[in-house]
Design a protein around this ligand. Structure first.
Ligand code: BGC
Length: 905
């Protein structure tokens, strides 16, 4: 098949070049070249690389220009931090700013790099566009072609056809043309026959009641002199389409039908500006799309295409005038995060036809996305149907029971050309297999799509199964970061479940730069918090009136704190502290005894735990303590000493209550379950003198079960970190390598290519797990990824370090592994480690970015054997801080180091 474009891979960019200190990977508001900046003092940041040991940025200077005119010169500023807030002349709307950062090393050497950002709408009075939509009065209801007698399903029968809008603008020659576009719904923007931008499912999903994101496109290259046609296709999406498990068409959650807003801004050489916005002069019609729905799929009838509809010369006299809906702009915000994009094409690994005219295509990988279908030699009117599923039934047919009411089915009605291609645009499916019926001569290409968060890290090792696990959790991240962090991409759910997001966040941050992605999501979380302070179980808040479940609502504290720790941007704490406080106050208000039993909402406990029941009170109170503690720390960072003291004191009292209520004199935690111990130990809720006993109980439980885990969502991510913190990483490795039920390996043995929602997604005894809730692409149980990076490969940071300024490199050779390696782009630059054991020797290669001071644990029983590039540490000028029975611990600045030490003796 002739691929129009082939997109491949989701891998970490190559390590930046060495040489003299230099900046790279410039960002504005955590984004590479964003177009719609509307904050007055955007954050500019860059990463640093250098081939020299001990290098650091000593000073930097930023210069910003717009249209050739200077906007800001920061002058040289001393400091190692590679970020600054814009402080130049006030930014103006719809402009492009180029910026340069120069950095100076301690030796006085200078290097520079350049980037740019574009602005959105900075003043409310600059909006000149109205919301427009379809007027049921002026355009008759859609009539399918007479020869099309196929009934639509009950669920799709009520879906309205997407609308096509257009308007021709007579433009004088322009030096730059930008379009601001958004929809209450989903839109695809077209300019003179071309698609604008490469974002999918735009404008994305937010809490539309408070925030409707817009995108800005530079379309200068798409318009010439003379008339230009601006067109848009408008579909229901999250706004008015099916959403979640509520079968009634979305129960009109946000609105009844979609609406569009477009504003074109053209700047001319003489300094004048033309502004054209959506209004009653736009024309609308239906087109080949009969319906388009995120959960149900798309129906596209190529016979109904109107060639040239998005070009100036098109005769639109049969189109109807668009209806002006309203002119409110209050809720418009620039899109805060990377758009959803197609990031990888998957060529099928297998295709099978059965006797019944069905073709089953296997992509070899469970993804979120869609397919590109090529149809050859189909007579006009042939309907080709694509059904999507994550698994096959025993008889080889497509398994779709776990999709619940999501039909995940696309239909393409051929125009009758020798070859035609179809790719749906306003739907997304979670699938590995596609069933094609209706025509035999077809070809399918899988197109993976998700929020295009830049890859930030990679982990690898010598064991196939662990590598597969790493791949599975990356794919589950990709498949579920689709505009918001969702639980699953396939069934009629796909909601921003807050616990799923918070437990997976540390893993997610290692895999990708999710700073912008979660910043937007947190804004929705804050919008949705109730007057009381309760946090909904899903964000954006839809579907349920469920609020405040322990471990779910705590996303309000865990997410901002973790983002701050990782990215070092204090603003996330400033923005979130009031919400953190309201959440903790709410729990306290209803639980004055400090054991969290009241206002627990739907209390899911240690969700999907295996065969045990962790005490819900233990879980809740542990989270209460955690949230109070994080709130105290956030307040301290912001310099609010009184507030910090208040929450620190509350945290201390919750801790006492926890011990009184749940920790017995012999170090047992009520319920005696793995998750109970893990939560108590991880969050410092066991008195120091009882810690060894509590650890023993945890270990005993694992041993009693033949070294099997029982943890659900809340506990699973803590297994590795807690076990290795207390010297039991052999046990952690056993769990990692296990392939008996329940384990990650069990799903991998069964062929999993993503993380399963439940340990028993499929078992020998029962086959597929309960259809009511059995997703094969759910990342929560994949939160083990954090330990792979920070434990196995040893890429972490010191407890009081922020933004990885003080990396803690403490690898844990063990298990079946001969080697393991990870690389991670910290805010300073690339951090990496790779260890290998061979011939009784351990080799540890480390890379530390400029400005960081890393503590490196070189694991060995014989510290005197440690060398760096062949030289004893003292001679090599390396600072040894201590030697223990298990490691030699040293401190190094930026640079690359190769340590060797004797192993096993
Ligand atoms: C979702 C979960 C979510 C849970 C709440 C499920 O339906 O898929 O991942 O956290 O409900 O218990």
């Amino acid at each position: 098949m002739g691929l129009v474009s082939a997109v491949s891979g989701w891998s970490l960019p190559p390590a930046p070049a060495g040489g003299a200190l230099h900046p790279y990977d410039l960002r504005c508001e955590h984004l590479a070249t964003p177009q719609g900046i509307a904050t007055r003092a955007p954050r500019l940041s860059w990463r640093l690389a250098s081939g020299r040991r001990g290098d650091a940025q000593a000073a930097y200077r930023i210069t910003v220009r717009s249209g050739g005119a200077p906007a800001w010169d920061s002058g040289w500023i001393d400091g190692q931090d590679p970020s600054a807030s814009y402080a130049g002349t006030p930014l103006t709307s719809f402009a492009r700013y180029t910026w340069q950062v120069q950095v100076r090393s301690a030796d006085g050497e200078e290097a520079a790099a350049e980037s740019w950002f574009g602005t959105g709408v900075l003043h409310p009075d600059e909006w000149a566009a109205a919301w427009i939509g379809h007027d049921p009065e002026t355009l008759p209801p859609f009539e399918p072609p007479a020869d099309d007698r196929e009934p639509r399903s009950v669920r799709t029968a009520s879906l309205p056809p997407p609308r096509y809008f257009r308007r021709v603008v007579d433009l004088r020659p322009a030096t730059s043309v930008r379009i601001v576009c958004t929809a209450r719904g989903l839109y695809e923007l077209r300019v003179n026959g071309h698609r604008a931008g490469d974002g999918e499912l735009t404008p994305g999903w937010t809490d539309y009641r408070y925030r409707v994101p817009y995108q800005v496109y530079d379309v200068t290259g798409l318009v010439g002199d003379g008339p230009a046609c601006v067109g848009a296709v408008l579909a229901d999406g999250w706004w008015s389409g099916s959403l979640g498990w509520d079968g009634r068409r979305q129960a009109q959650r946000y609105g009844r039908r979609p609406e569009l807003l477009v504003q074109l801004v053209a700047d001319h050489a003489d300094g004048s500006r033309t502004v054209v916005g959506t209004d009653g002069s736009w024309r609308e019609s239906t087109g080949p799309l009969r319906y388009a729905d995120l959960l149900m799929g798309e129906w596209y009838d190529a016979r109904l295409e109107q060639p040239g509809w998005d070009l100036p010369g098109f005769d639109d006299s049969s189109w109807a005038p668009a209806r002006v809906v309203d002119t409110g702009h209050d809720v418009l915000v620039p899109s805060a995060a990377e758009p959803v994009r197609v990031t990888e094409d998957l060529v099928p690994v297998g295709t099978r036809r059965d006797g019944a005219g069905r073709t089953i295509v296997d992509l070899g990988q469970n993804i979120a996305g869609r397919v590109r279908l090529t149809v050859r030699g189909a007579p006009a009117g042939t309907r080709v149907t694509l059904r999507h599923g994550e698994a096959l039934d025993e008889d080889g047919s497509l398994y779709t029971a776990n999709l619940r009411s999501a039909e995940a089915t696309d239909h393409y009605v051929a125009a009758g050309l020798p070859e035609e291609t179809f790719e749906p645009r306003f739907t997304v499916h979670g699938f590995r297999y596609v069933e094609v019926t209706g025509h035999d001569d077809v070809e399918v290409l899988g197109r993976a799509m998700h929020s295009d968060t830049p890859v930030a890290g990679e982990f690898s090792c010598s064991d196939d199964m662990v590598r597969r696990l790493t791949s599975n959790l990356r794919w589950s991240q990709r498949g579920n970061f689709v505009s918001v962090p969702t639980d699953c991409p396939q069934r009629d759910e796909r909601l921003g479940w807050t616990a799923d997001a918070q437990v997976f966040l540390p893993t997610a941050c290692y895999n990708a730069d999710v700073a912008a992605f979660f910043t937007g999501w947190l804004a929705d979380l804050r919008c949705a918090q109730t007057a009381e302070g309760a946090v909904p179980d899903v964000v954006p808040h839809v579907m349920t009136e469920r609020h405040g479940a322990p471990g779910w609502g705590d996303a309000a504290t865990v997410v901002p704190w973790h983002l701050y720790r990782v990215y070092g941007d204090e603003r996330v704490l400033r923005d979130s502290l009031p919400s953190m406080r309201r959440w903790v106050d709410h729990v306290e208000r209803h639980n004055p005894g400090l054991i969290w039993r009241e206002r627990v909402g739907s209390h899911y406990g240690d969700w999907l735990q295996a065969g045990v029941r962790t005490s819900r009170d233990v879980l809740a109170t542990a989270y209460f303590a955690l949230s109070a503690g994080l709130t105290a720390r956030a307040a301290a960072v912001l310099g609010l000493a009184d507030v910090a003291e208040h929450y620190a004191e509350l945290r201390a009292r919750i801790g006492e209550a926890f011990v009184r209520e749940f920790v017995s004199a012999d170090g047992r935690v009520s319920g005696d379950t793995q998750t109970g111990y893990l939560l108590a130990l991880a969050h410092g809720l066991v008195p120091d003198d009882l810690v060894p006993a509590a650890v023993r109980h945890l270990v005993a439980d694992l041993e009693r079960r033949g070294r099997r885990l029982t943890t659900g969502f809340a506990g699973v991510g803590l297994l590795g970190p807690v076990l290795s913190a207390y010297g039991h990483h052999d046990l952690a490795y056993d769990l990692l390598h296990d392939d008996r039920y329940p384990s990650w390996g069990y799903s991998i043995k069964r062929g999993a290519t993503t993380i399963w929602e439940r340990w028993d997604g499929w078992t020998e005894e029962n086959g597929f797990g309960p259809v009511a809730m059995n997703s094969f692409n759910h990342y929560a149980l994949g939160s083990v990824g954090e330990w792979l990076y920070s434990g196995v490969a040893g890429l972490g940071q010191e407890e009081d370090s922020v933004g990885f300024r003080r990396p803690l490199i403490r690898p844990l050779p063990g298990g079946r592994l001969r080697w393991a390696a990870a690389a991670y782009d910290t805010p300073l630059g690339r951090l990496s480690s790779r260890w290998e054991i061979s011939g009784g020797e351990l080799t540890l290669e480390v890379r530390v970015p400029p400005g960081a001071l890393a503590t490196v644990h070189v694991p060995t029983k014989d510290p005197s054997s440690v060398r760096e590039s062949g030289t004893p540490l003292a001679t090599a000028g390396i600072d040894v801080i201590k030697s223990t029975e298990a490691a030699s611990v040293c401190q190094v600045g930026s640079g690359r180091y190769t340590f060797t030490a004797s192993w096993g003796r």
